[in-house]
Design a protein around this ligand. Structure first.
Ligand code: RB5
Length: 166
């Protein structure tokens, strides 16, 4: 399995250790940084990882920031991404079984190291159940497609020009 991983400065120390541990387990890992302790804006990292998932360059994404929340909000703006903030065994397991989550968002500040590694392990190993849950995910995808269509038709009506906003 191919996994992209990224963090802002809050996850700077633990992220490379998770990446290394994943490689030891046989995962193919792309680490997008951040590669220094300098503060970075989490949406930039979230976009880098989420885009790789969306475009099929990797199978899953893992993101860390202070709370895991900003990363999750940003990653979910990318088409086809189902990012989830997990903080224990159950949320990790259920986000896979029922939601087929493809991006895991973690808090580097609030979760201990052992728990972080355990959540990652559970999340990567738990399969999607399909069935009625697949139907619900199709409905989520339909919402996303509808919004994309509305944006396209608005642009078309404007002749593709950006509409100036006050
Ligand atoms: C950075 O200070 C912090 O806001 C970020 O790591 C994250 O927690 C945002 O949700």
């Amino acid at each position: 399995m191919r996994v992209a991983i990224g963090s802002d400065h809050r996850g700077y120390q633990i992220r490379p250790r998770i990446a290394e541990w994943l490689r030891e387990q046989g995962y193919e890992v792309i680490d997008v940084g951040a590669h220094s302790q300098q503060p970075v804006d989490y949406p930039d990292i979230a976009e880098a990882v989420a885009t790789k998932v969306s475009q099929g360059e990797v199978d899953r994404g893992i993101l860390l920031c202070g709370t895991g929340l900003g990363m999750c909000i940003a990653a979910n703006k990318v088409h086809g991404v189902r990012a989830v903030p997990c903080h224990d065994d159950l949320t990790a397991e259920m986000s896979r079984r029922h939601n087929d989550a493809n991006v895991l968002c973690l808090s580097a500040d609030l979760l201990g190291e052992r728990l972080l590694f355990r959540i990652v392990e559970i999340w990567l190993h738990t399969p999607f159940e399909g069935g009625r849950h697949a139907r619900r995910l199709e409905k989520i995808a339909a919402i996303e497609d509808e919004i994309s269509r509305e944006i396209c038709s608005e642009k078309h009506e404007d002749g593709g020009a950006e509409t100036p906003r006050a």
